[in-house]
Design a binder for this molecule. Structure first.
Ligand code: SF4
Ligand code: SF4
Ligand code: SF4
Ligand code: FES
Length: 590
């Protein structure tokens, strides 16, 4: 790699040739202000706030786009540079309504911070306040055009990162406006509610409705965690204030998703209106009644012990790895349960451990997607696939006629056309195979022909299925004939009415759940469980990465984290695992 020696403000810096001035300055810990630039987006060079002086150049240059060559002498805060930045800010503040005290982003706005940095304390130019409309038609977001500085981050994110291309720019000059689908109300557009545009917007234009006016960034706590709504496990930050979750933000530094979240990860968990189970319940004389944890665990332990052949356990894969590990050990090893099942379907094991990662999609020229609908089940994977298609990759769908990605596919085949898809992948340079639970064992065998050539990614329909399988929790379970049944439901979305019907009338049933359902109503003992934001632990995502989930707020009511309930129950049943998450994790590592 050819290195270029330069100076920035007289400081010697050595960087690879071709690096932008902005990247070189950041490497040297020299701060150049930016507005249209965002680390996750390609440089656009449109706002010009990052201009710098480059010796020998006739005009100021935008640091975010200008490439370094050896010998350059750069000044980032010279009087000429500062004057130019002030002019740009004076012009930006004179357009539209940047009256900060009334803006939801005041205190967290990048334009406002630049105003303070360069001493913009009055209007130099006449302001014009032709009011622009406010679009409040979106369920989760608000578009306040009067605060927009036309930096373009939002529509670049919608196109470059999400590959959804909903947002764009219409009109010209001072009348320019962001729009959704050439002027549709945002809530009626093709927007898939990923929220990425709002996260990158530097001003108070694209606003999260739920957390608006709930406080400044400095008053909030940011807890690094991973989304536990599907098997991708996108990195995210849980933003809280006063033990309340205000919003969720994608973590730009995560390797899993590079900052992307989808509607089911970013918004749906905060709009979940299901009734929580908040205290333990025990059935007494045929009626469910509130009980303390001691009594509920004692009744559960008595009802489950000594059952062996009559005992069954059915777990949801949305539990943490620690909870699934304890479930496997307690029910398989200690209680010798005869019937063990997983609530969620799982991908075929015929292909062994898949060797590939979602990052492989970026360099792929052919994507073979079989037996999965990521737009529905793992939306961020769908965004990455659409990005690859935008970059020239061909998408071949197998068993995907009603697949959400069908409009982006070069070819859609039935499962019996898999051979043709495999032949196409054999001819490609960098094929990637994504396969889901709808690929039967026989067809999976056919995909094996690509194992030397392609990257393979299994798309597990459940959240933590890879961990569940590792602890022997797999397959379906028919509850008929079982006399004692433990249901680790967690946050399972299904109402469970049909399963409740199939449980024997005289069976003893313990349900560990976050939400009330026909199954909790059927239970003899209900153990209230903490939801995603109230628990810590780990998950294994669909690529096989271990991800940490962090508790951000205290559990509601008397609920406890999934692993803790199982550890307490295990202790009463004679299994020693310790009382803390660290104890359980240490036991798991052994
Ligand atoms: S809406 Fe926000 S991100 Fe989009 S152009 Fe306006 S200020 Fe920039
Ligand atoms: S929420 Fe997502 S899909 Fe909708 S406009 Fe914003 S970036 Fe595009
Ligand atoms: S793709 Fe899955 S893990 Fe990522 S944000 Fe969406 S639901 Fe969460
Ligand atoms: S940040 Fe460089 S031109 Fe906008």
């Amino acid at each position: 790699m050819e290195m270029a020696k330069i100076t920035i403000n007289g400081q010697a810096v050595s960087v690879p040739a071709g690096t932008t001035i902005l990247q070189a300055a950041r490497q040297a810990k020299i701060d150049i202000p930016t507005l249209c630039d965002h680390p996750a987006l390609r440089p656009a060079g449109s706002c010009r706030i990052c201009v710098v002086e480059v010796k020998g150049q006739r005009v100021l240059q935008t640091a975010c786009t200008f490439p370094i060559t050896g010998g350059m002498e750069i000044l980032t805060e010279s009087p000429r540079v500062v004057g130019a930045r002030k002019l740009i800010l004076d012009l930006l503040f004179s357009e539209r309504n940047h009256y900060c005290p009334y803006c939801e982003m005041s205190g967290s706005c990048e334009l406002q911070s630049l105003g303070y940095r360069y001493g913009i304390n009055h209007w130099v130019y006449p302001t014009y306040l032709n009011p622009f409309p406010v679009d409040a038609s979106h369920r989760y977001l608000l578009m306040e055009h009067n605060r927009c500085v036309l930096c373009g981050r939002c529509f670049r994110a919608c196109g470059e990162l999400v590959a959804n291309h909903t947002l764009g720019l219409r009109q010209r000059g001072a009348r320019s406006m962001i729009h959704a689908d050439l002027g549709l109300p945002w809530g009626e557009s093709t927007c898939v509610s990923c929220g990425t545009c709002a996260q990158v917007c530097p001003t108070g234009t694209l606003i999260d409705k739920r957390s608006a006016y709930m406080g400044r960034n400095a008053q909030m706590r940011y807890v690094e965690s991973a989304c536990s709504q599907c098997s991708v496990g996108c990195g995210m930050k849980i933003v809280t204030r006063s033990d309340s979750v205000l919003r969720l933000e994608g973590d730009w530094d995560t390797k899993v998703s590079g900052g992307l979240l989808c509607q089911k990860g970013r918004f749906a968990p905060l709009y979940d209106g299901r009734e929580r189970v908040l205290r333990p319940l025990v059935r007494r004389n045929g009626r469910q009644e509130a009980a303390g944890w001691e009594e509920a665990l004692r009744v559960a332990a008595e009802g489950l012990s000594g059952r062996k052949g009559d005992l069954g356990v059915l777990a949801s894969s949305n539990a943490t790895t620690e909870a699934l590990y304890l479930t496997g050990r307690l029910f398989k090893e200690t209680l010798k349960a005869s019937r063990i099942g997983l609530l969620n379907p799982a991908v075929s094991e015929a292909l062994g451990k898949p060797k590939g990662s979602l990052a492989d999609l970026a360099g792929s020229d052919l994507i073979l997607l079989a037996g999965a609908d990521p737009l529905q089940d793992q939306p961020v994977v769908a965004f990455l696939i659409k990005r690859a298609v935008d970059g020239g990759a061909r998408l071949v769908l197998v068993d995907g006629e009603s697949n959400g990605l069908a409009p982006f596919a070069s070819m859609t085949l039935a499962m019996d056309g898999l051979d043709q898809a495999v032949q196409m992948a054999e001819r490609a340079a960098n094929p990637v195979v994504l396969y889901g639970a709808a690929v039967p064992d026989g067809a999976a065998g056919m995909l094996k022909r690509l194992q030397k050539k392609a990257a393979f990614i299994a798309l597990e329909p459940g959240v933590n299925t890879r961990a569940a399988k590792a602890f022997g929790l797999a397959g379906t379970l028919q509850p008929a004939g079982i006399k004692a049944l433990y249901l680790l439901l967690g946050e399972e979305a299904g109402e469970g009415a049909e399963l409740a019907e199939r449980i024997d009338k005289d069976a003893f049933v313990v349900v560990q759940s976050c939400f009330a359902s026909p199954l909790t109503r059927r239970a003899d003992v209900v153990l209230p469980m903490a939801i995603w934001s109230e628990r810590s632990g780990s998950l294994t995502n669909t690529e096989g990465r271990t991800l940490k989930v962090q508790h951000a707020v205290d559990p509601a009511g008397e609920a406890k984290p999934d692993w803790e309930i199982l550890a307490l129950l295990a202790e009463r049943l004679g299994m020693k695992v310790g009382a803390s998450l660290e104890d359980v994790a240490a036991s798991l590592r052994k």
